[in-house]
Design a protein around this ligand. Structure first.
Ligand code: ASP
Ligand code: MG
Length: 463
């Protein structure tokens, strides 16, 4: 392997010892050309977000100062330890960043308003405070290193603050210009999660977006592999808090990994796969705290796989909406009105199904959106004789059965629903996309664990 991008998550860099451990891992696994992407120290982004909101709602200067002081202590203690080990002294850099953070917070408190743009600016400090520490830790272990913000490294996005999208062509050009000449003999440390728009204003890629940053860099640098280091052994066959014999999946295809990421396996940011998939770059998920475990490898083809079903995922905190009425039969445009009404409220639809009688449409949305969704739909259809009823049920969960091996294999659905029925679980709604990589269905929350265990036994740990 010649060129490697490695990303380390917040818990991996949560303390001085952990940052030094990460430096050890970089030393052990680095390729001749290595780029390191880093998140904020664990919990820091959450606290920045909370503080930004509190500030805009009137927190006073004293509480801003004590917040900044807390961050100062946490980061300076790491910086001091690195100096003791002979690494470069980044304490002035940290101080300067904290001074800047304090000013912007005070500014927000005066204005009393938090725009998405200023929130991104505040959130950027988590990664900006952490990257110099890791870079200095690498140097303390004898690996020359410089650090860059995502924007300095060349990642340019649109101006959609809070969930910016990379402008890939421009990013490719700039990243290569900045990083390629520096890869020989030095290890660049790049902040994950944050980038900048064409005007150079700080943007973020969405919470948890450091994985995505690593994938973007890997893709534009034509890396041989992208490694995502976190605090779990890899992507698991199911939720271990529900099914105790959940185990690590060795190999997944990009499609399977995407399905799982969207369905709430929180190991990977859902957008991570796309840039890697486009370039066919393998992604490996590994555990900082158990580096001897090989983790999960995500590749384009999974010839090695002989299992039909790779994982059973459970997504809670969702609500099932039922839109019904005999007046819907044969009337074109009902589905489109349902989707438009929800889209206008910015409500994300997780699952859709309509039987061929056309007398009802079911959709699943996040639980927090349920009431707004029902209101929007009632308003849309009120009075007309098309939809008679809009109902919703909150105590439900989606179970998704995922595996590329299901494609074209007969009898999988029969096995799925036989197993679920044998566990005495009632199914409320079913959907299977025609990609056949995922069969999803809805059950009541109380039944989710039993359904998942039964399926895990049927497809993964039994049969
Ligand atoms: N620090 C950011 C967050 O907590 C990005 C990340 O961790 O990937 O959302
Ligand atoms: Mg994080």
């Amino acid at each position: 392997m010649k060129r490697l991008v490695m990303k380390f998550g917040g818990t991996s860099v949560g303390s001085a010892d952990r940052i030094l451990r990460v430096a050890g891992l970089v030393e052990r696994y680095r390729a001749p050309e290595t780029v390191v992407v880093v998140s904020a120290m664990s919990g820091v982004t959450d606290r920045l977000e909370e503080m930004a909101h509190r500030t805009s709602e009137g927190a006073d200067e004293a509480s801003i100062r004590s917040f900044v002081e807390h961050l100062r202590r946490r980061h300076l203690s790491v910086a001091a330890k690195i100096v003791e080990l002979g690494g470069r002294d980044v304490r002035d850099e940290i101080e300067a960043l904290l001074g800047e953070l304090e000013k912007i917070l005070v500014g927000i408190s005066y204005v009393g308003e938090l725009t998405p743009r200023s929130l991104d600016y505040v959130l950027s400090f988590g990664e900006r405070l952490c990257a110099p520490l890791l870079s200095a830790a690498l140097e303390a272990r004898g690996m020359p290193s410089e650090w860059f913000t995502g924007y300095e490294a060349g990642i340019v996005t649109d101006s959609c603050f809070g969930r910016a999208r990379p402008l890939m062509e421009l990013t490719r050009e700039r990243v290569r210009e900045v990083l390629l000449p520096r890869l020989r003999g030095s290890i660049p440390v790049v902040t994950g999660f944050i980038a900048g728009d064409e005007k150079g204003r700080i943007t973020t890629l969405g919470r948890g977006g450091s994985d995505y940053s690593a994938a973007i860099l890997g893709a534009v640098l034509d890396a041989d592999e992208i490694w995502i280091w976190s605090d779990v052994d890899g992507i698991l066959t199911t939720d271990p808090s529900l099914v105790e014999d959940a185990k690590v999946i060795d190999v997944l295809s990009y499609t399977e990994a995407m399905e799982l990421a969207y369905f709430g396996a929180k190991v990977l940011h859902p957008k991570t796969i796309e840039p890697a998939m486009e370039k066919g770059i393998p992604v490996r998920v590994r555990n900082t705290f158990n580096p001897d475990c090989e983790g999960t490898l995500i590749v384009s083809e999974q010839e090695k796989s002989d299992s039909i079903v790779k994982a059973i995922s459970v997504m809670r905190d969702v609500a099932l909406l039922n839109i019904s009425g005999v007046g819907m039969i044969g009337v074109p445009g009902v589905a489109s009105r349902v989707f438009t009404a929800l889209a206008q409220q910015n409500i994300n639809i997780l699952m859709i199904s309509q039987g061929s009688s056309e007398a009802n449409i079911s959709v699943v949305v996040e639980r927090g959106d349920a009431e707004r969704a029902v209101e929007a739909l009632r308003e849309e259809f009120l009075g007309a004789n098309v939809v008679r009823k809009v109902e919703y049920e909150e105590d439900v969960a989606i179970i998704a059965v995922v595996g590329a091996g299901m494609r074209g294999t007969k009898g999988v659905a029969a096995r799925v629903f036989t197993a679920v029925a044998s566990a005495d679980v009632n199914v409320l709604m079913i959907a299977q996309g025609s990609s056949e990589v995922n069969i999803s269905f809805v059950v009541s929350s109380a039944d989710a664990e039993r359904a998942a265990s039964a399926l895990h036994r049927e497809f993964i740990n039994g049969g």
